[in-house]
Design a protein around this ligand. Structure first.
Ligand code: PXP
Length: 238
């Protein structure tokens, strides 16, 4: 059965717009699980533009599966190890980007990634690398010994949203998912996903987990968190 991870970063974005306590990501994390999410994802960015250290501290104490996204630097690794989330996804991070714009540069960061993955695995934390859909990065991810990869789906999501031809990108993602699976790496997908793109990618058997944030939180304003989680689960789990 495929799993749904709900990224609640943008609950914190709305809260921070007023500098007050509402809406509380902790509360929404609990609700998302109650409504059918399999895990909660938060990204503690270096500039703390949405999730804050205090959110991580509180949410990691809940008895719910937590996936922490972090950039690859020593300070973040130490914070992650202190809070011990169930899962960690290493992502590239640039200060000026609106969101995570692409996958990791695996070759350039090979040594560092291998060292961090080893540290997390020692603490029994499931590790994932956010990668672009290309086979070389997946081959190197295997050498890094990661448990999982998350394929960056930003490009295909944009093509689908803009009604452009997405067949080549879909082929690439399919081939990469199969290749990673054949190497014993669990495959996840995330970024920019909505109902349509999730439906297209849910047909790929090797993708075991979807991590979706902005669309779910945005759609929740219109139809409620319970309804949007129900609809997305129907797409990925049937
Ligand atoms: N997966 C990863 C690794 C991400 O960095 C993000 C964005 O924080 C997401 C999934 C969720 O993307 P979106 O908010 O566009 O659904």
């Amino acid at each position: 059965m495929k799993r749904l991870g709900v990224n609640i970063d943008h609950v914190a974005t709305v809260r921070n717009a007023r500098g007050e306590k509402h809406p509380d990501p902790l509360n929404i994390a609990r609700k998302a699980i109650k409504f059918g999410a399999d895990s909660i994802t938060i990204h503690l960015r270096e500039d703390r533009r949405h999730i804050k250290d205090e959110d991580l501290k509180k949410i990691s104490k809940l008895k719910i599966p937590l996936n922490l996204e972090i950039g690859c630097n020593q300070k973040m690794i130490e914070i992650a190890l202190r809070n011990k989330p169930n899962f960690i996804c290493l992502v590239p991070e640039k200060r000026r980007e609106l969101t995570t714009e692409g996958g990791l540069n695996i070759e350039k960061n090979f040594k560092k990634l291998k060292y961090f993955v080893k540290k997390f695995k020692k603490k029994k934390i499931r590790t994932s690398l956010f990668v672009n859909p290309n086979k070389k990065d997946i081959f190197n991810s295997k050498k890094i010994n990661t448990d999982c990869i998350e394929i960056h789906t930003g490009k295909i999501s944009n093509l689908i949203k803009n009604k452009k031809n997405y067949i080549n990108e879909l082929k690439k993602i399919k081939q990469c998912a199969k290749y990673a699976n054949s190497l014993g790496i669990e495959v996840h997908a995330g970024h920019g996903l909505d109902y349509k793109s999730t439906k297209v990618l849910a047909k790929i058997a090797e993708i075991k987990e979807f991590n979706i944030g902005h669309f779910i939180i945005g759609e929740a304003i219109s139809i409620g968190l319970k309804n949007v989680i129900k609809l997305i689960n129907k797409i990925i789990k049937n």
